[in-house]
Ligand binder design. Structure first.
Ligand code: NAD
Length: 260
């Protein structure tokens, strides 16, 4: 049987990497995209040793021309993609300042990373999936796409935009048999999180207390529901915004009275 083609961004590390490994384990041919060349190639070697089927593409997915070239190559080589996971996102240096201090350049850079990247990839994914007769897209938002936080306005706005774009795309793409969903992780132990806590174990302990399971997630715990959202077992799900947050948002509405 012909292998399903899975396109995954941010594949070199963290959630994207765990997702690439999951799709490969499940028999897909995985197109792994990242800006970081070395870790991406190391992952590819690892997967090859496990006889998985994958290919690497080094690309900055915030750049329209680079993304167009990437999809032109994929289209020529494979002619279709079945699944797409748009996981690029995060914070840029200086992007976590409070409003009033956040510069326009920092604002724009953080939005580019979180929403432009998603828009650019989705535009090509949707064109290819329409031509191929269907597919599934999962965008990686965050619980920051559902509410605000201390001082991360651009990240919050960017991740809310990912949620809005997901719903809009689901509406537009339903008639073409393309399902589009988003996943909103809470705290996940990835290189991104390690950078934000700067090695301070107290930060990690405090973060673990923001959810009811009292721990930080392993990236594989996010990769599993991403895979499920692409699989036929979620065939009636589209436009869904799925939290994978250990219950963080379940307690958020009345957080003060829930504190121990
Ligand atoms: N880690 C968390 O706690 C957490 C929580 C909620 C949401 N998220 C979201 O999950 C996604 C993945 O986060 P992560 O924690 O795995 O991050 P990570 O930093 O571990 O990995 C991100 C990967 O994206 C790549 N990348 C960065 N900019 C790129 C670009 N312009 N083009 C191509 N690749 C690029 C990096 O090289 C890196 O390999 C992000 O969208 C993030 O906002 C993470």
């Amino acid at each position: 049987m012909e292998k399903k083609i899975a396109f995954i961004t941010a594949a070199a590390n963290g959630i994207g990497r765990a997702t690439a490994e999951k799709f490969a384990e499940c028999g897909c041919h995985v197109l792994m995209v990242d800006i970081a060349d070395d870790p991406l190639r190391r992952l590819n070697e690892c997967l090859k040793q496990k006889l998985a089927s994958a290919e690497v593409f080094v690309c900055d997915v915030t750049r329209p021309d680079d993304v167009a070239d990437l999809f032109a190559e994929i289209s020529e080589t494979y002619g279709k993609i079945d699944y797409a996971v748009n996981a690029v996102g995060g914070s840029v240096p200086g992007g976590e300042k409070p409003l009033g201090d956040l510069s326009f350049d920092e604002w724009q850079a953080e939005l580019a990373l979180n929403i432009n990247s998603t828009f650019l990839c989705m535009s090509h994914e949707i064109r290819m999936m329409k031509a191929g007769g269907g597919g599934c897209i999962v965008n990686v938002s965050s619980i920051a796409g559902l509410g605000g936080s201390g001082s991360n306005a651009a990240y919050t706005a960017g991740k809310h935009a990912v949620v809005g774009l997901t719903k809009q795309a689901a509406i537009e793409c339903g008639p073409f048999d393309i399902r589009v969903n988003a996943i909103c992780p809470g705290a996940v132990r990835t290189p991104m999180l390690d950078v934000s806590f700067g090695g301070d174990p107290n930060f990690l302990t405090a973060l673990a207390q923001t959810n009811v399971l009292e721990r930080v997630a392993d990236p594989r715990e996010v990769a599993e529901p991403i895979y499920w959202l692409c699989s036929d077992t979620s065939s009636f799900m589209t436009g869904s915004i799925v939290t994978v947050d250990g219950g963080t948002t379940a307690i958020a509405v009345n957080a003060a009275s829930n504190r121990k």
